[in-house]
Write a protein that binds this ligand. Structure first.
Ligand code: C5P
Length: 232
């Protein structure tokens, strides 16, 4: 499991997404669909991307009462998603319900990971707005441990946190890491960025790359460069 580049398809319509992916020819990269595209294009986009031969990470970050999350996950599982996620802040019971809801009749289920603290949240915001006063790193590790205890497969975290998570929870517990840029590309709104090569060195299992590929003049070339740095 793991060691793959996932392209964040942060587009506002299905047409734009297919046009972009058509530039990859015979290649069928692992893609990530976030809230914007899912809400705009609807569940059909997942079926279509699966039919085209892509693996799909549905980055919808569910967070609700266990019953609601479990039932919603059943729907996402039937769509054929390969990876789904929840907020670890929803707590263990909710994460267990998510895993149960995702499990198909044959016992298989998509990979299920938890968002710990969003990489856009600062220590100061955490303390002031949600009254969590522990250091960020401790919070991330503790949320990851709760996710592992609930039977999840891994977490979304910064590549810089991947080593710590593996140290605490073992190398098989997956780290899916955004905040990755090809050397020389702008960081944009991401605070802590690394290159694919550095993410590999830090032990990330999957890297999620958006703008370094989607905004590149030649997206296929940028994707192949990410894949070569990260997987070779
Ligand atoms: O363009 P860029 O490479 O920054 O895209 C990163 C992707 O990963 C975006 O879709 C963003 O929403 C997502 N993401 C993130 N940080 C998290 C969770 C998800 O950047 N903690």
């Amino acid at each position: 499991m793991g060691k793959d580049v996932i392209i964040a398809c942060d587009f506002s319509s299905a047409e734009e997404t297919y046009e972009f992916l058509d530039r990859f020819g015979e290649k069928r990269p692992f893609v990530k669909i976030g809230m914007e595209l899912f809400y705009a294009a609807g569940p059909q986009i997942v079926r279509e991307l699966k039919a085209r031969g892509h693996k799909v990470f549905l980055d919808l970050k569910l967070h609700d009462i266990p019953n609601t999350v479990g039932r919603a996950m059943r729907v996402l599982s039937e769509l054929g998603a390969d990876m789904c996620n929840v907020h670890a802040a929803g707590a263990a019971e909710m994460m267990k319900a998510a895993a149960e809801g995702l499990t198909r009749e044959d016992g298989t289920r998509p990979i299920l990971i938890a968002v710990t603290q969003l990489t856009s949240t600062s220590q100061e915001q955490m303390e002031r707005d949600i009254l969590i006063e522990k250091p960020m790193e401790e919070v991330v590790r503790s949320y990851a441990a709760t996710a592992a205890g609930a039977g999840l497969d891994g977490v979304v975290c910064s590549p810089l946190e991947a080593g710590g998570v593996h140290e605490a929870l073992g190398k098989d517990f997956l780290t899916v890491t955004p905040g990755v840029r090809l050397a020389g590309d702008a960081a944009g709104d991401q605070k802590r960025v690394t290159t694919p090569a550095k993410a590999k060195e830090l032990g990330a299992d999957y890297i999620v790359v958006g703008r370094s590929i989607t905004k590149a003049e030649d997206p296929l070339e940028a994707y192949l460069r990410c894949a070569a740095e990260f997987t070779d």
